[in-house]
Design a protein around this ligand. Structure first.
Ligand code: FES
Ligand code: FES
Length: 187
Protein backbone atom coordinates (compact mmCIF):
# COMPACT_ATOMS: atom_id res chain seq x y z
CA UNK A 1 0.00 0.00 0.00
CA UNK A 2 1.38 3.39 -0.99
CA UNK A 3 2.26 5.62 1.92
CA UNK A 4 0.63 8.99 2.35
CA UNK A 5 3.55 11.24 1.32
CA UNK A 6 2.36 14.35 3.19
CA UNK A 7 1.87 12.44 6.44
CA UNK A 8 5.32 10.88 6.09
CA UNK A 9 7.17 14.04 5.11
CA UNK A 10 5.82 16.40 7.74
CA UNK A 11 5.59 16.28 11.50
CA UNK A 12 4.88 18.61 14.36
CA UNK A 13 7.80 19.79 16.45
CA UNK A 14 7.02 20.93 19.98
CA UNK A 15 10.03 22.50 21.56
CA UNK A 16 11.04 25.07 24.12
CA UNK A 17 13.37 27.64 22.54
CA UNK A 18 14.97 30.19 24.85
CA UNK A 19 12.08 29.74 27.26
CA UNK A 20 9.36 30.08 24.64
CA UNK A 21 7.10 27.17 23.78
CA UNK A 22 7.10 26.57 20.01
CA UNK A 23 4.82 24.26 18.07
CA UNK A 24 5.15 24.06 14.29
CA UNK A 25 4.61 21.57 11.53
CA UNK A 26 7.86 21.06 9.65
CA UNK A 27 9.43 18.93 6.95
CA UNK A 28 10.86 15.90 8.73
CA UNK A 29 14.17 16.49 6.93
CA UNK A 30 14.53 20.07 8.19
CA UNK A 31 17.65 20.44 10.31
CA UNK A 32 17.46 22.10 13.69
CA UNK A 33 19.80 24.82 12.40
CA UNK A 34 17.50 25.64 9.49
CA UNK A 35 14.46 25.48 11.76
CA UNK A 36 16.01 28.03 14.12
CA UNK A 37 17.21 30.33 11.36
CA UNK A 38 14.45 30.08 8.77
CA UNK A 39 11.31 29.29 10.79
CA UNK A 40 12.08 31.15 14.03
CA UNK A 41 14.33 33.90 12.60
CA UNK A 42 17.01 33.12 15.19
CA UNK A 43 19.86 33.87 12.82
CA UNK A 44 22.49 34.16 15.54
CA UNK A 45 23.02 30.44 15.06
CA UNK A 46 25.44 30.47 12.15
CA UNK A 47 26.05 27.88 9.46
CA UNK A 48 29.58 27.28 8.23
CA UNK A 49 30.40 23.77 7.08
CA UNK A 50 26.93 22.23 7.56
CA UNK A 51 28.47 18.84 8.28
CA UNK A 52 29.53 18.93 11.89
CA UNK A 53 33.08 20.23 11.63
CA UNK A 54 33.22 23.97 12.36
CA UNK A 55 30.98 24.39 15.41
CA UNK A 56 29.45 27.66 14.16
CA UNK A 57 25.96 26.17 14.56
CA UNK A 58 26.41 25.10 18.20
CA UNK A 59 23.36 25.42 20.43
CA UNK A 60 22.44 23.79 23.72
CA UNK A 61 19.88 21.02 23.98
CA UNK A 62 18.81 20.40 27.57
CA UNK A 63 21.97 22.25 28.64
CA UNK A 64 24.43 20.34 26.45
CA UNK A 65 26.22 21.81 23.45
CA UNK A 66 25.25 20.15 20.17
CA UNK A 67 25.75 20.92 16.50
CA UNK A 68 22.40 21.99 15.18
CA UNK A 69 23.37 21.25 11.57
CA UNK A 70 23.59 17.55 12.44
CA UNK A 71 20.24 17.31 14.17
CA UNK A 72 16.74 17.31 12.75
CA UNK A 73 14.26 19.79 14.12
CA UNK A 74 11.88 16.98 15.03
CA UNK A 75 14.62 15.35 17.13
CA UNK A 76 14.46 18.40 19.38
CA UNK A 77 10.79 17.79 20.09
CA UNK A 78 10.04 17.70 23.80
CA UNK A 79 13.39 19.23 24.62
CA UNK A 80 14.76 22.61 25.56
CA UNK A 81 16.90 24.56 23.10
CA UNK A 82 19.08 27.53 24.00
CA UNK A 83 20.58 29.68 21.28
CA UNK A 84 22.83 32.73 21.41
CA UNK A 85 19.68 34.89 21.47
CA UNK A 86 18.86 33.34 24.86
CA UNK A 87 22.25 34.03 26.40
CA UNK A 88 22.06 37.71 27.24
CA UNK A 89 19.57 39.24 29.59
CA UNK A 90 17.92 41.90 27.47
CA UNK A 91 20.59 44.40 26.48
CA UNK A 92 23.01 43.22 29.20
CA UNK A 93 25.83 41.01 27.97
CA UNK A 94 26.39 37.75 29.82
CA UNK A 95 29.73 37.47 31.69
CA UNK A 96 31.08 35.26 28.89
CA UNK A 97 29.98 37.68 26.18
CA UNK A 98 31.46 40.56 28.14
CA UNK A 99 34.77 38.72 28.50
CA UNK A 100 34.93 38.06 24.76
CA UNK A 101 34.31 41.77 24.18
CA UNK A 102 36.82 42.92 26.78
CA UNK A 103 39.57 40.53 25.69
CA UNK A 104 39.11 40.84 21.93
CA UNK A 105 37.92 37.24 21.56
CA UNK A 106 36.38 37.95 18.19
CA UNK A 107 37.14 39.62 14.92
CA UNK A 108 34.50 38.98 12.24
CA UNK A 109 32.24 37.35 14.83
CA UNK A 110 31.08 34.49 12.63
CA UNK A 111 32.26 31.80 15.03
CA UNK A 112 31.35 33.77 18.15
CA UNK A 113 27.78 32.54 18.87
CA UNK A 114 29.02 28.95 18.76
CA UNK A 115 32.06 29.89 20.84
CA UNK A 116 29.91 31.52 23.52
CA UNK A 117 27.49 28.60 23.70
CA UNK A 118 30.36 26.08 23.81
CA UNK A 119 32.11 28.14 26.50
CA UNK A 120 29.02 27.95 28.71
CA UNK A 121 29.13 24.19 28.34
CA UNK A 122 32.88 24.02 29.04
CA UNK A 123 32.76 26.19 32.15
CA UNK A 124 29.75 24.38 33.56
CA UNK A 125 31.73 21.13 33.40
CA UNK A 126 35.01 22.68 34.49
CA UNK A 127 34.74 26.08 36.22
CA UNK A 128 38.49 26.49 36.57
CA UNK A 129 40.11 25.16 33.40
CA UNK A 130 43.77 25.53 32.56
CA UNK A 131 44.65 27.14 29.24
CA UNK A 132 45.39 23.66 27.87
CA UNK A 133 42.00 22.44 29.04
CA UNK A 134 40.33 25.45 27.43
CA UNK A 135 42.06 24.68 24.13
CA UNK A 136 41.06 21.02 24.39
CA UNK A 137 37.50 21.84 25.37
CA UNK A 138 37.10 24.29 22.51
CA UNK A 139 38.91 22.20 19.91
CA UNK A 140 35.65 21.54 18.07
CA UNK A 141 35.05 25.25 17.49
CA UNK A 142 36.85 26.66 14.48
CA UNK A 143 37.77 30.32 14.16
CA UNK A 144 39.22 31.65 10.93
CA UNK A 145 40.30 34.99 12.34
CA UNK A 146 41.70 35.21 15.83
CA UNK A 147 44.45 32.60 16.09
CA UNK A 148 42.62 31.46 19.27
CA UNK A 149 44.95 33.22 21.73
CA UNK A 150 42.41 35.89 22.55
CA UNK A 151 39.59 33.40 22.68
CA UNK A 152 41.51 31.50 25.36
CA UNK A 153 42.18 34.82 27.14
CA UNK A 154 38.45 35.58 27.02
CA UNK A 155 37.41 32.20 28.39
CA UNK A 156 40.00 32.39 31.14
CA UNK A 157 38.63 35.81 32.14
CA UNK A 158 35.02 34.63 31.95
CA UNK A 159 35.83 31.64 34.15
CA UNK A 160 37.33 33.94 36.78
CA UNK A 161 34.29 36.21 36.76
CA UNK A 162 31.91 33.26 37.05
CA UNK A 163 33.92 31.96 40.02
CA UNK A 164 33.51 35.37 41.64
CA UNK A 165 37.19 36.22 41.26
CA UNK A 166 38.95 39.21 39.80
CA UNK A 167 39.51 38.57 36.08
CA UNK A 168 42.87 39.21 34.44
CA UNK A 169 43.10 42.83 33.27
CA UNK A 170 41.62 43.49 29.86
CA UNK A 171 44.07 44.72 27.24
CA UNK A 172 44.47 48.45 27.01
CA UNK A 173 41.60 50.05 25.24
CA UNK A 174 41.88 52.70 22.62
CA UNK A 175 39.26 54.71 20.85
CA UNK A 176 38.64 51.69 18.61
CA UNK A 177 36.85 49.89 21.49
CA UNK A 178 33.73 51.86 20.80
CA UNK A 179 33.71 50.74 17.18
CA UNK A 180 32.48 47.60 15.46
CA UNK A 181 33.79 44.23 16.69
CA UNK A 182 36.17 43.97 13.72
CA UNK A 183 38.00 47.00 15.09
CA UNK A 184 38.95 45.09 18.22
CA UNK A 185 41.25 42.79 16.28
CA UNK A 186 44.98 42.64 16.77
CA UNK A 187 47.34 41.53 14.10
FE1 FES B 1 27.40 22.85 11.96
FE2 FES B 1 29.72 23.61 10.90
S1 FES B 1 27.73 24.39 10.48
S2 FES B 1 29.37 22.21 12.53
FE1 FES C 1 35.98 35.38 12.56
FE2 FES C 1 36.14 33.60 14.54
S1 FES C 1 35.71 33.22 12.45
S2 FES C 1 36.09 35.77 14.68
Amino acid sequence: MAANASAVDRATVRVDVNGERIEQEVDVRLTLADFLREKLDLTGTHLGCEHGVCGACTVQIDGQAVRSCLMLAIQASGRSVRTIEGVSDGTELSPIQQAFWDHHGLQCGFCTPGMIIATEDLLRANPNPSRVEIREGMSGQICRCTGYQKIVDSIEAAAAVLRGEEPPPAPSTGSDRASAPAATAEG
